[in-house]
Design a protein around this ligand. Structure first.
Ligand SMILES: [Zn+2]
Ligand SMILES: [Zn+2]
Length: 270
């Protein structure tokens, strides 16, 4: 599974460098916090999650895909389909599963405790896309292994989807200005930065919408789509309404955040 890790790492570094450069050239919003400080925190969380993943479940989803294939487990292993169809079905089903997982992370209070760390960023850039609490990352990994076993997704498709999801997440969190005429069309298929930014609004009603990470179709089909933020893209406030002070969002504070969240925050969730 060394090559799988290498593919993931190189797609991460490649997309990150390109997006950080593009954000600098064509920013959508002014930065609120000192960029270098946020990059340190976000890359710290990403590195910590990566290290924990490496020493625990690692490539578990891909290994499960191989195992399911050999033993005929899961929906897609029960039917004899050409590879191109397995590819399309696999990507659609995995993306829907990730969408549903995201809805659960907002709806279930104990999961929201973990997921709020992703939402605590006061600015958004490419690094926010992979900045999750290590426990959320581990929970997602276990969920992904179960989904892959149940669906019987082809191992190549699992690797490809991981790369697509990571690059897509970095893209739709980036502070990138895309010409409106292109953005409008792009958004019919994939989640754009303007679409996902609404999900990071301080207003709960906007946060609980636009859950997609790659394809935008699930939000449109399942009634969770918000087209525009009510406060405007360039002036809307990002982050959690109950955690707006940058000094309370250091790497250490973010790591303990799931255990010390104010009850007010959870009450507001209901
Ligand atoms: Zn969310
Ligand atoms: Zn996000």
């Amino acid at each position: 599974m060394e090559s799988e890790a290498l593919i993931r790492l190189s797609s991460f570094v490649g997309a990150l460098v390109v997006l950080l450069l593009c954000e600098r050239l064509w920013p959508r919003r002014p930065w609120r916090q000192l960029r270098i400080q946020r990059l340190g925190i976000n890359l710290g969380l990403i590195a910590l999650s990566g290290i924990i993943q490496r020493f625990t479940l690692g490539a578990a989803a891909v290994l499960m895909a191989f195992y399911a294939q050999q033993h005929g487990w899961g929906l897609l292993n029960l039917v004899d389909l050409p590879f191109w169809l397995l590819l399309i079905a696999g990507i659609l089903l995995l993306d829907l599963a990730i969408y549903l997982q995201h809805v659960m992370f907002h709806a279930v209070p104990v999961l929201w405790r973990l997921h709020q760390v992703h939402h605590a960023d006061l600015d958004l850039d490419a690094t926010t896309g992979l900045r999750f609490h290590p426990l959320e990352m581990l929970t997602s990994l276990i969920y992904k292994v179960l989904v892959v076993a149940a669906l019987g997704v082809n191992p190549i498709v699992v690797i490809l989807f991981e790369v697509i999801l990571n690059v897509s997440s970095m893209f739709n969190h980036s502070n990138l200005r895309i010409p409106a005429s292109i953005e409008r069309w792009l958004r019919w298929l994939i989640v754009t930065p303007d679409m996902h930014r609404i999900h990071h609004s301080v207003h709960r009603v906007e946060t609980d919408s636009n859950y997609g990470f790659f394809l935008s179709i699930w939000d449109r089909l399942l009634g969770t789509y918000t087209n525009k933020p009510k406060d405007g893209h360039e002036t809307m406030l990002l982050g959690l309404d109950y955690a707006q002070q940058p000094e309370k969002l250091s790497l250490g504070r973010l790591l303990i955040m799931p255990f010390v969240v104010s009850p007010r925050a959870l009450n507001e969730k209901k």
